[in-house]
Write a protein that binds this ligand. Structure first.
Ligand code: F6P
Length: 539
């Protein structure tokens, strides 16, 4: 049965109709404790969700919806290793990547925690060798530059985490990320690097991704041109993959390969060996701290009651706005420059997971699923797109992410940053009425322009400080928010068939761009564009 056919969904629809006119101004006026009551805490994070267009009844109905869909059992089945990725017949066990050493989880007769811990130990000894200058390149010089070659989950996670935890990273090592098949990416990322001191970490779960293999081949040529044809690969390449055969076929020694498992989705993987470049940058201890933060949030998600459960509350509120309030997008606004790439990372996490239109049984859903996720670090976004959030015509729920203590204490920067964040959430919620604008002496012709409707919903996520631990917990909170929503909608959040068609069509087009006049049989637009490209290219 579709979730939209349940009495719980219908009750929410009726409730949405009767509460449509509610304003946050009225909700706060009627309940002086709202700001301290509507909050949740866990894994070092404080969630204030009081500035949402919800009443106690809304929250109750949303929690009933979660119960009606069996969310508790769903969570348990994920953590247990059931094959909940039904279209690929796989378990979904990224939570096993951060289980503490010494615990065990046996799936299909294999203790996956033991495998994870063994991989972590190998990663630690590799990253220690690089950090200590013991990993020598072909010419005998220590490696000082690490280039991660991967795309999607094999790029966005380690790249975002590397920026996020820059404070904890070794600044004498250079870490770069190459993802795009656009040759510019490789060219610009390696332009100032000395091949003799450069090591490539090729990250690809499948080791069959066109972009990654193309960049890896270019990297091999780049090394060989500089260091000679022999043995360059051995000291300058390691791989992270689930396919050892493909890695060996590329020429990378299987001893220099770190494992991936089919039970880790790419977008849930930077806490596996896919995060090797991150571990080199921040060290094994900090990496383990990050895993401990992930685990802490996992436990919070697994055990906290819905009304105190950060990921579940975030997920339910998203369902409320997307399915019952008409919101199409969700903004993530980190007030931390270190988290500038968090929105880009969350785009894959959320949109590749929940951008689905059929249920796990293949039935068209007929309601809204995953939102468009976007955002920018504060305060930059304020001077770009906040205008539309404040005074435009769209409903855009926002998450504000903020830390109390900066990692670097520079004058009053942090207080100014935090004052801006607080002001934005206040302005979004309460706005400024026409009467208030008039009373401030604004010319009558400008009153409408200077009126702020308010009633724009926001979540605030606050932690003491951005550390590997709080960072891991934050990412886990978003992973589980995505799970919560996918489970409620009854979709499979763990496959990504939607990216396949474009890949297949590209493979067919590649030869048409090669030598000789192609025999084109696409639509008239695509045929004309192929011809125009060939003509403009001039070969
Ligand atoms: O974009 C599709 C996708 O399969 C992602 O899910 C994945 O993160 C990315 O490609 C890279 O895949 P791989 O790690 O196998 O190269």
């Amino acid at each position: 049965m579709l979730v939209s056919d349940t009495p719980e969904w219908k009750a929410l629809q009726a409730h949405a109709d009767t509460t449509a006119a509610l304003h946050l101004r009225d909700l706060f006026a009627a309940d002086p404790d709202r700001g301290t009551r509507m909050c949740a805490e866990g894994a070092g994070w404080y969630l204030d969700y009081s500035k949402n267009r919800v009443t106690a009844e809304t929250l109750d109905l949303l929690q009933r919806l979660a119960d009606a869909t069996g969310l508790r059992a769903g969570i348990d089945s994920m953590f247990r290793g059931d094959r909940i990725n039904t279209t690929e017949d796989r378990a979904v066990l990224h939570t096993a990547l951060r289980r503490p050493a010494g615990t065990s989880l046996v799936v299909d007769g294999v203790d996956v925690v033991a495998e994870v811990q063994a991989a972590l130990a190998r990663m630690a000894s590799f990253s220690d060798a690089v950090r200590d200058g013991r990993w020598l390149g072909h010419t005998g010089r220590p490696v000082r530059n690490i280039v991660n070659v991967g795309i999607g989950g094999s790029d966005l996670g380690p790249r975002m985490a590397h920026d996020a935890l820059a404070w904890f990273s070794r600044r004498d090592l250079t870490v770069r990320f190459v993802s795009n098949v656009d040759g510019t990416d490789f060219y610009e990322s390696t332009l100032d690097l000395d091949p003799a001191e450069t090591l490539f970490i090729v990250c690809s779960k499948t080791f069959g991704t066109l972009e990654t293999l193309t960049n890896a081949r270019t990297a091999r040529d780049w090394l060989k041109r500089a260091l000679g044809p022999d043995a360059a690969v051995e000291r300058h390449f390691v791989a992270v993959s689930a396919d050892s055969g493909a890695v060996a076929a590329f020429g990378i020694d299987p001893d220099n390969m770190f494992p991936m498992w089919d039970w880790v989705g790419g977008r849930y993987s930077f806490d596996s060996a896919i995060g090797l470049s991150l571990m080199v940058a921040i060290g094994a201890d900090a990496f383990r701290e990050m895993l401990a933060g992930f685990h802490e949030m996992d436990e919070h998600f697994r055990t906290a009651p819905w009304q105190a459960n950060i990921p579940v509350l975030m997920g339910l509120l998203g369902v409320w706005y997307g399915d019952f309030g008409g919101a199409q997008t969700h903004a993530v606004l980190p007030y931390s420059q270190y988290l500038a790439r968090l929105p880009a990372y969350l785009q894959q996490l959320d949109m590749e997971s929940n951008g689905k239109r059929v249920t796990r049984d293949g039935v068209a859903v007929g309601f809204e699923t995953g939102p468009i996720v976007w955002g920018e670090a504060g305060t930059n976004g304020q001077h770009a797109f906040y205008q539309l959030i404040h005074q435009g015509t769209k409903l855009i729920p926002c998450d504000f992410v903020v830390f109390a203590q900066p990692n670097e204490a520079l004058g009053d920067h942090q207080d100014l940053l935090v004052a801006n964040y607080l002001a934005q959430t206040e302005a979004l919620a309460f706005g400024r009425t026409a009467a208030e604008v008039e009373a401030s002496g604004v010319a009558p012709a400008l009153v409408a322009h200077r009126t702020f409707p308010g009633n724009h919903p926001t979540n605030s996520l606050m932690a003491r400080r951005l550390t590997p631990r709080t960072f891991g917990a934050l990412v886990a909170a978003y992973e589980h928010k995505v799970f919560t929503q996918g489970w409620i909608w009854g979709i499979n959040s763990f496959d990504q068939w939607g990216v396949e068609l474009g890949k297949q069509l590209a493979q067919a087009i590649v030869p048409e761009l090669g030598p000789g006049e192609p025999d084109l049989a696409h639509d008239s637009s695509t045929d004309a564009l192929v011809r125009r490209y060939r003509e403009l290219r001039g070969t």
